[in-house]
Design a protein around this ligand. Structure first.
Ligand code: BTN
Length: 232
């Protein structure tokens, strides 16, 4: 297990992008503060100092790289399991493809990035931002955020949570039986939402981690994209 912690860094994921060649598989990098954290679609991911859990995991093992389509969903499963099993939080769900929700609010964002050379993926970087003790939320978010403190009405110890998150993530990497769990935690199921192909009604998640939805009376399978609740 190779773990690194920074009091302050530009971004834990960017750190891994710069240094992956010299770091072992499953290097785990966390930070108390990021000066240039980023999320999906190049949005800023802003957290206050020492209030949230910010970390990235480096994946170099070919067996995980080959199965990359499941990686962001498995990472979300890892976080959901920690929140449900250890912190006993109710109404935790996965907003496909990789947000963790509590009730109707986003508590955790996951960003999967890859570094490729000559059409080969050299490594994957899973970046996770979990709102822990924050109460004022900054950054470019489309969905109302929440934090664990807001839900549990008490502050949480970030180092302990980090340990649970790391262990759960490592556990989930080898779990190939996660889809039933994901289907039971599918926040979007039954909802009519907007996707990159227009208005859809979500039905399920298929065996390839794709979203199954109905559009104009036809069943479609989406493998990526952003789902929103309003036309933007
Ligand atoms: C999203 O919901 O858009 C994904 C957000 C991912 C944020 C995390 S925080 C740790 C890691 N470092 C980054 O710069 N981004 C990810």
């Amino acid at each position: 297990m190779h773990t690194l912690h920074f009091q302050e860094i530009d971004s834990t994921s960017t750190y891994l992008k710069r240094n992956y060649e010299n770091l072992p598989n499953l290097t785990f990098v966390s930070a108390s503060f990021q000066t240039n954290g980023h999320g999906r679609y190049d949005r800023k991911w802003i957290s206050n100092k020492e209030e949230d859990l910010l970390f990235s995991l480096l994946i170099k093992d070919k067996k995980y790289i080959d199965d990359f389509s499941s990686l962001s969903i498995k990472s979300a499963v890892a976080i959901i399991k920690v929140l449900e099993d250890i912190y006993k939080i109710d109404n935790v769900s996965l907003k496909w493809p990789n947000d963790v929700f509590i009730n109707d609010k986003k508590v955790c964002g996951i960003l999967l990035e890859s570094i490729s050379n000559d059409n080969n993926i050299d490594c994957l970087i899973v970046g996770i931002g979990l709102n822990v003790n924050s109460s004022d939320f900054k950054g470019d978010f489309r969905i109302c955020p929440t934090s664990l403190q807001e839900v549990m009405k008490k502050p949480l110890e970030i180092d302990l949570l980090k340990k649970h998150a790391y262990e759960s993530l490592i556990d989930q990497l080898d779990n190939n039986d996660y889809l039933e769990f994901v289907r039971k935690h599918n926040y979007l199921k039954g909802k009519t939402v907007y996707s990159n192909v227009g208005k859809i009604t979500v039905k399920d998640i298929d065996d390839n981690n794709n979203l199954v939805a109905e559009k104009d009376n036809q069943i479609i399978h989406l493998n990526t994209g952003e789902i929103s609740f309003h036309l933007e």
